[in-house]
Design a protein around this ligand. Structure first.
Ligand SMILES: *Cc1c(COP(=O)(O)O)cnc(C)c1O
Length: 404
């Protein structure tokens, strides 16, 4: 796939590095915005998927709001162009300091996850003599049919308020003088590819909404979270079917038009726009297993070690990915789980070759660490390279972005 000159150019960049295709990010943002506009839905990008400032600036320029799960994420959102009145703040463990900070920024709303948190928000809002907008994050007890570590809407998970506690809150609503509860929030998990799960969620949303209004709670907005999955097996299918996704909600929700509907997509926006480029250090052979040791590790991409996730990997040396060998692909970190794949089909691979690991835009760079005292990996953006406008760099860009 790469000619000699390109390889030479790449070999002068220190590996491993993240490579972001900003054109693809723009295309994905146009696609999701267009689909959301069809139904009048509001979008908050889930910052935790990728908080790189350049990425945040691109997304905020497309006028999305932000979904934050920490005080620092709120700060990053504001610093990178998001309107504070389009910020929502979720998370089971908001500290007093974070709550204070969010109140001072006058964010759109808190997505509150417990009765105790509601009381803390109320008392801090009282101290600042304000009335804080709050949505209750309801735990709908739904199995999202995804990996158990990224399921969040089961009653055994730590997230959200149970229906029982929801009733208690409604009963005691007059205790909360410095809070306006005017929203409902749901987020049932991540990398959801079985879309029928969202139809099931709609049923529970409809029931919860009916219960709320029949108990004199005025609901202005309902936030249905994120969770739409991407195709890790076929990263060349760049853009998820946003329209099909929103249509499920449009078909199954039974909520009056005056109630705003919000979503918090993360992975589906940024997942496919990033890849991780790594160099082969060694090829080890023993007991008929061949193991490629690369210079990236779980410090740059934790997902395979954390949830046994699959990422497509190709060898950039070849124009056609003839998959005639099988390799385990491991990083250099002193952890047995530090693998990017087992028994991966690749062409004959040698020391010095470059591998591209795809679909790293979401939960890649944000989860990186300096474990083993590693240097932070560098980041390259396609528009930077194009701006410089040298033949060689353009070639490198188009080749990293394209698929054989
Ligand atoms: C993680 C998270 C999201 C985004 O999930 P994706 O699967 O990346 O779309 C949205 N809302 C909340 C509350 C989250 O915790």
């Amino acid at each position: 796939m790469f000619d000699r000159n390109t390889i030479k150019y790449l070999s002068e960049i220190e590996t491993p590095f993240y490579y972001y295709n900003t054109n693809l990010l723009h295309e994905t943002l146009f696609a999701i915005q267009e689909a959301a506009d069809l139904f009048g839905y509001h979008l908050h990008y889930a910052i935790k998927a990728n908080a790189n400032p350049r990425i945040l600036q691109i997304i905020s320029k497309h006028n999305l709001g932000a979904d934050c799960v920490s005080g620092n994420e709120i700060k990053a959102a504001i610093e990178n162009g998001f309107d504070s009145n389009k910020i929502v703040f979720a998370g089971v463990g908001k500290t007093d300091k974070e709550i204070e900070y969010a109140i001072k920024q006058n964010i759109f709303c808190f997505n509150c996850e417990s009765i105790q948190e509601l009381e803390v928000i109320n008392s801090i809002a009282q101290k600042y003599n304000t009335k804080q907008r709050v949505a209750l994050r309801i735990n709908p007890d739904i199995n999202a049919n995804t990996h158990k570590h990224i399921t969040t809407g089961l009653k055994t998970n730590k997230f959200g308020i149970s229906f029982y506690d929801f009733k208690t809150i409604i009963k005691n609503i007059n205790n909360y003088n410095n809070i306006t509860i005017n929203g409902l929030h749901f987020h049932i998990g991540s990398q959801i590819t079985d879309l029928s799960v969202f139809a099931k969620l709609c049923e529970i949303v409809n029931e919860t909404y009916s219960y709320a209004i029949s108990n004199n709670l005025t609901i202005n907005h309902i936030n249905l979270g994120g969770g739409l999955g991407i195709n890790y097996n076929k990263p060349e299918n760049h853009i998820p079917s946003f329209q099909a996704y929103f249509k499920i909600f449009n078909t199954n929700l039974n909520i009056p038009d005056r109630v705003q509907i919000h979503f918090e997509p993360g992975r589906s926006i940024v997942g496919q726009c990033g890849c991780l480029i790594t160099k082969v250090l060694y090829v080890k052979e023993n007991d008929e297993r061949k193991t490629i040791i690369v210079d990236a590790g779980l410090t740059e991409l934790l997902r395979p070690a954390l949830y046994q996730s699959f990422h497509k990997i190709i060898n950039l040396r070849y124009s056609k990915n003839e998959e005639n060998c099988r390799y385990d692909i491991a990083g250099p970190i002193c952890e047995t789980s530090d693998y990017f794949g087992k028994s991966v089909s690749l062409p004959e691979t040698e020391r010095g070759h470059f591998l591209a690991i795809y679909s790293v835009g979401a939960y890649g760079e944000v989860m990186s660490s300096q474990y083993n005292l590693r240097n932070p990996a560098l980041k390259y953006f396609s528009d930077d390279l194009i701006e410089k406008d040298t033949q060689l760099e353009n070639e490198a860009v188009s080749k990293i972005c394209s698929f054989s």
